[in-house]
Design a protein around this ligand. Structure first.
Ligand code: GLY
Ligand code: MN
Ligand code: MN
Length: 436
C-alpha cells in the first residue's frame, strides 16, 4: 500500500468516527452494531450464493467478503470489530488485511454466526440483515429508518480516500475492458471475452460489483444481458461490455461498445457520436446541476444525433416529444457510485424525503442536485430494442422513423458508453481513462 493511501485512509476513518458520533448523539443512541451479513444458502442444498457485505460495514472496513462479522460503534470509544474466524479445517479462517484502519479498532476474533455478547445498558441500534429475534435478544432497535437515512446520507459525498479507491477500481477495470476488446477482435465468444476481462482485471466472478454484461450483436440490445455464449457468432457486428471492479469496497462501473468486422459504418459513426455525447455531458457536470436536467440534456443530444444520422426524420424536438428518444434510450443517464454500484440515497433529499424520478423517466436512479464529492456515472446509450420500437410502427410517430435504417442497425444491438465522474468544487473529474 502506498503511504499516501495510508494517510488518506486514516483521515477517512477519523471523519467516519466523527460523523457517526454526531448522528448517533443527535438521534439519542449510545451504541450501534453493524452486521456484515450472511451468504444465502440455495434451498435444499449445502451451497451458498456469492456474498457481499452490507454497505455500511464496508464503509468502515472496505471488506466485501467478511461474513458474520460485526462492528460496534460507540461515540468516544474505539470501535470494536468482532471478526468471525472460527477454527475450521474446511475453510481458511478470515483475516483482516494489512491496512491502516485495522490499528484503529479493537479486534475480537471468534465465532459470531450469532450476535456477539454486547454489555447491556444504554440505547442500542443494530443495522444489517439481522433477524427480529436476534435484535430483541440484544435489546436493540433494528434498522431504524431515520438512522439509516442519516448514515446513507453520510455516504453520498466521498472522502479523498474513497475517491482514490474509486480511481484504482477504474484503473483495474480499464485493463479488463482493453483485454475484452482484444478478445473480441481475436474472434472470441462472449464467454472468452468475459474470462479475458476477469483475468486482465484480476478478479473472480463472485466478487464483481455486478455481473459483467458481455453482449455480442443483438444481445447488446438487452440492457442487463445475463448470459455468456460459449460459441463465437458467425458474423461479428458489435460488442457491448458493461463491467466493473471493486477495490477496497469501492466500485467501478464502465461500459464500452466496439464495432466488429461486419459492422455497418453507420454503427461506428453512432459509437463516435455517443462518445461525443458522453464527453459533452461529463463537461457539464458541476455542483448545483440538477441531474434530472442533465438526463434531459442527454435526450436532447441523442435526439440531435438521431436526426443528424437520419434515423429520425425531423428535429431533436420531434424525437423527444414523440417519445422516440425514450424508445432508443430507456435507461437513466447515471447514478451515484460508491460501495454499491447503484449507491444509496440517489433518490432522497438531504433530509431523507423522497425525490421520485419524473414519470417519463422512471429508470432514473439519481434525482438530486449534484454536490462536490459525489461520484456519479455518465452513461448515455442508443439501443435498438424491438419491444420498444415495435409499438411506434403503428402510431403517428412511425413516419418520423427511418425503418430501413433501423433494420440495418438491429443486428448490432445497441451502444452505451459509461464513465465514472467525481463532482469537484467547480466541475467534474473523469476517473475513466480512454480504453486503448
Ligand atoms: N452496470 C449497471 C449500470 O450501468 O448501471
Ligand atoms: Mn452504471
Ligand atoms: Mn454499467
Amino acid at each position: 500500500m502506498t503511504p499516501d493511501l495510508d494517510a488518506l485512509q486514516v483521515h477517512h476513518f477519523d471523519a467516519l468516527e466523527n460523523r457517526y458520533a454526531e448522528v448517533l448523539t443527535a438521534q439519542g443512541y449510545d451504541r450501534l452494531l453493524i452486521y456484515s451479513g450472511r451468504p444465502t444458502r440455495h434451498f435444499g442444498d449445502d451451497q451458498d450464493a456469492s456474498f457481499c457485505s452490507y454497505g455500511h460495514f464496508q464503509h468502515w472496513t472496505g471488506q466485501s467478503q467478511l461474513t458474520h462479522s460485526w462492528l460496534l460503534v460507540q461515540p468516544g470509544r474505539r470501535p470494536v470489530c468482532y471478526l468471525h474466524a472460527p477454527d475450521d479445517f474446511w475453510h481458511l479462517p478470515a483475516q483482516l488485511p494489512d491496512e491502516a484502519w485495522t490499528a484503529r479498532l479493537e479486534v475480537v476474533v471468534g465465532r459470531y454466526d450469532e450476535a456477539p455478547p454486547i454489555a447491556t445498558g444504554g440505547r442500542l441500534a443494530v443495522i444489517g440483515d439481522v433477524s427480529a429475534a436476534t435484535s430483541a435478544a440484544l435489546g436493540a432497535e433494528l434498522n431504524p429508518a431515520t438512522l439509516l437515512t442519516a448514515l446513507d446520507e453520510g455516504r453520498v459525498r466521498k472522502s479523498d480516500y474513497e475517491i482514490a479507491c474509486l480511481s484504482e477500481a477504474n484503473r483495474r477495470s480499464v485493463l479488463g475492458h482493453s483485454a475484452a476488446r482484444n478478445a473480441f477482435l481475436a474472434g472470441g465468444s462472449e464467454l472468452d471475452i468475459h474470462l479475458s476481462y476477469l483475468q486482465a482485471s484480476r478478479q473472480r466472478e463472485g466478487e464483481l460489483p455486478y455481473d459483467n454484461i458481455v453482449g455480442i450483436g443483438c444481445h447488446a440490445a438487452v440492457l442487463h444481458y445475463q448470459h455468456y455464449d460459449t460459441q463465437a457468432p458467425r458474423k461479428r457486428y458489435s460488442l457491448l461490455v458493461d463491467a466493473g471492479h471493486r477495490y477496497r469496497g469501492y466500485c467501478a462501473d464502465i461500459t464500452r461498445t466496439w464495432p466488429g468486422a461486419e459492422a455497418d459504418p453507420l454503427f461506428a459513426d453512432l459509437i463516435a457520436g455517443m462518445h461525443e455525447i458522453k464527453q459533452r455531458l461529463v463537461s457539464e457536470v458541476a455542483p448545483g446541476v440538477a441531474f434530472v436536467e442533465l438526463h434531459e440534456r442527454m435526450h436532447r443530444l441523442l435526439g440531435e444525433l438521431l436526426a443528424k444520422s437520419e434515423l429520425v426524420r425531423g428535429s431533436s424536438d420531434t424525437a423527444i416529444e414523440s417519445g422516440i428518444t425514450r424508445a432508443f434510450c430507456p435507461h437513466g443517464l447515471g447514478h451515484l457510485l460508491g460501495i454499491q454500484v447503484h449507491d444509496v440515497a440517489g433518490r432522497t433529499a438531504h433530509d431523507g424525503s423522497p425525490l421520485p424520478p419524473p414519470a417519463d423517466h422512471p429508470a432514473l436512479r439519481l434525482t438530486r442536485e449534484l454536490e462536490a464529492g459525489m461520484a456519479v456515472t455518465i452513461e448515455p446509450g442508443l439501443y435498438v430494442i424491438p419491444m420498444l420500437l415495435e409499438p411506434l410502427k403503428s402510431g403517428p410517430t412511425a413516419r418520423h422513423l427511418n425503418w430501413p435504417m433501423i433494420e440495418r442497425l438491429a443486428p448490432h444491438g445497441g451502444i452505451r458508453i459509461e464513465d465514472n465522474v467525481i463532482v469537484t468544487a467547480d466541475a467534474g473529474r473523469n476517473l475513466t481513462v480512454d480504453i486503448e
